[in-house]
Design a protein around this ligand. Sequence first.
Ligand SMILES: [Mn+2]
Length: 438
Amino acid sequence: MFGKIVYETLSHPKSHYVLCEAGIIMSAFEGAKIGDVVEMGSNARVLSGAEAAPAEKAIAALITSKSVSPSPRLLVDDACMHSLPFASCATFIKKALLDMTPIIMRWHDDCDGVSSALLLDTAITNFIKQNRIPYTRGMFVKKQADSAIYDDYAARQDADESLAFPKKPLLILLDHGANGESMHAVKNLKQSGFQILIIDHHPPSSEAKGVVDFFLSPFTVEGGGSSHTAGLLSFEVASCFGPADERLARWSLQSDHSEFRGTVEDKEPVVIDYLAISEKHSTLDDYRRLLSSPPSVMFTHRKALTAVENALKAAEINAREVKIADGVSMALFRLDFLRKGAYPSKGKVINAFQRKHEEGKALVSVGYDDSNALFRVSEQAHERGFKANELIAELKAEMPHAVESGGGHERAASARFKAEFSESVMNAIIELAKKRLS
Ligand SMILES: [Mn+2]
């Protein structure tokens, strides 16, 4: 029987893990290294040259047969979903698992990221069990990221982590890592020998596809966009491993305001978002435990709502209204009472404010602190011609010394500026708004 050495212990002398017809078997071959093909049994030895070729072929066929993936039934039936290579992505992961590649999986700290991680974790763990692959606990590292950027600090941690393994790991980045800001760190790890898989629905860097081993992004195919959440994509990949929890995909659609979300508002997306921020060290099992307990879901949902309500009150108390045109008003309120990285985010508070006050009104809400301003535009204000992204573009052009970045959509956008110019920036926003609607 032929086999391939896929892993080894760090002990002396080394023991080898050999992938063969019978599964993965532990054995020892003197002087052998990972990747060598061997003959097992009484004539146990490392094969080389012409002898190795048929063995390599047999092992490759074995891996191919064990990693086939059926095309999944699609939860969202559109051109983008039909074009995305879900089955190949699953096969890519299965091959890495059969090869006993250590895994480092990171996910964005929000409902979409957590849903993606829960789906892939279950799929991967089940595959490891079904195929009796002798992964030890430390070979599947799971970490929640703390932003949408995979940065050099994170990459350094992962590089350090990889030193404990006899071979380079597969890094799986979920719902983050594809944007331009992440490319430096991603490239570094790729160069150091990591395999990298990114499943992300954020607008990607043009380099992302070329850098990583597998890139699953709705932006790479016709008709895809941010509405195809990472949770949705991960659900389809997980479905190629076996039955997957459809609710997680639906929760990610709800939390990310996807155009494919259902009409029913579940509590769980709010709960997951809340936990991801307020209990940053939650493990995937912590999420599972909480989600499987209806009283805990109710309780945590209540806590999250209360946090938003209290923040909304604080915003309302300091809000001032400015008339920017006949029948169009702008509500400005400070958001510095919110702690950075805590729940709720500025975005959640301004959304809550806008939802409560916009009904039937031409209202532009501006939530701001010393270096940021967020805009939300009601339907009526938009009909009157107010476009937040255009105002920000004008602001940038007019105050290049003060405005650092900004952008977004017509009805939701934000700008970042230097704190020392905050007062003049806020005044300019009001003046530009008046001018644009006059
Ligand atoms: Mn996200």
